[in-house]
Ligand binder design. Structure first.
Ligand code: DGY
Length: 329
């Protein structure tokens, strides 16, 4: 009987689907994620790991799990998994692509709209009883329509963002490693610098890699318009937060909305939380009930296929491990 470890709580439906397979299923039910030490202990005899962003699945974890065939990440980003170590050991790594793109783009666009139309700061002012008489020059916001949105990373989520922007009559530019055939009304520009210079809103949708770590730092903020707003729903380390703080404080850029930070959770005394022009959400872009349920069921499909010795449907390293895979069928 294969053994599966799920590193965070899951829906009753996904737990039931795992158990219905006949596998022995261990679900980490604590409100806190396992520490790395706990994880290393818990993986000793597992065949499948249903993993979450809250743990680093590195070579040490993999070496503590000699039977491990498959790591099914709950999420599209799998930067918390040491992919080179999985490749070396022939462990299949899977993710949940596609199904969360629309919910993630919904949130990214909501953040853009919130910063533009000041739903991030004016309601608090109303609650404080500070709403003064109607003032033609008061509480001014920024338009969304006919402004330019620069999308960095035109994958599934970036293209959903472009579709939403088109509905708001925005001009959309995108920068991607490769020019795409289907552009959803967006215009390709061939450098990050150009997109930063031309955009009123810059929304990041590229994965976190060594090349994109601190991709947005002092030099990049200098290129942006002083009126520009940055939206980050990808991964915290893509933005150099110290440089962002300086750029927001000094007026180098007008605002930022972040769904992701370094670290997560961001400490309550972090300097970014002192700024009125910075809106921070707790890494929830895919967090709707429907989407999270679909992600859970996709993770179940991946992990169950892997422990049965079959290629999981959403395997990201099949080509890399084909010669030494622990999966046999
Ligand atoms: C994702 O899907 O990558 C989300 O950020 C959750 O990890």
């Amino acid at each position: 009987m294969p053994k599966i470890l799920v590193t965070r709580r899951t829906f009753p439906e996904s737990a039931a689907a795992l158990r219905a397979s006949g596998a022995e299923v261990v679900i980490w039910e604590d409100s806190d994620a396992p520490s790395q030490a706990d994880l290393i202990k818990a993986v000793a005899d597992i065949d499948g790991l249903y993993a979450h962003i809250t743990n680093q699945v590195n070579a040490e974890v993999m070496d503590a799990a000699p039977n491990l065939k498959v790591i099914a990440e709950f999420g599209v980003g799998y930067d918390n998994i040491e992919i080179a170590a999985a490749n070396e050991r022939g462990i299949a790594v899977c993710n949940t692509p596609g199904i969360l793109s629309e919910s993630t783009a919904d949130e990214a666009f909501a953040l853009l709209a919130s910063m533009a139309r000041r739903t991030h700061d004016l309601p608090a002012m109303v609650k404080r009883g500070e709403w003064g008489d109607f003032d033609p020059l008061g509480y001014l916001a920024t338009d969304i329509h006919h402004k330019t949105l620069g999308i960095v990373g035109m994958g599934n989520i970036g293209s959903e963002m472009a579709k939403r922007a088109a509905g708001f009559n925005m001009n959309v530019l995108y920068f991607n490693r490769k020019k795409r055939n289907e552009e959803f009304g967006a215009t390709y520009v061939d450098s990050l610098e150009e997109i930063l210079e031309r955009s009123d809103y810059v929304s990041l949708h590229n994965p976190l890699t060594p090349e994109t770590t601190n991709m947005m730092s002092t030099d990049q903020f200098k290129l942006m318009k002083k009126s520009a707003i940055l939206i980050n729903t990808t991964r915290g380390p893509v933005v150099d937060q110290d440089a962002l703080y300086e750029a927001l404080k000094s007026g180098e850029i007008a605002g930022a909305a972040l769904d992701v930070t370094v670290p997560e959770p961001i400490p309550a005394d972090h300097p970014l939380l002192t700024l009125d022009n910075c809106l921070i959400m707790p890494h929830v872009a895919s967090a709707t009930g429907d989407t999270r349920m679909k992600m859970a069921m996709m993770s179940v499909e991946n992990v169950l296929a892997g422990v049965a010795g079959d290629w999981p449907p959403y395997c990201v390293n099949q080509a890399e491990i084909a010669g030494n895979a622990r999966i046999k069928n």
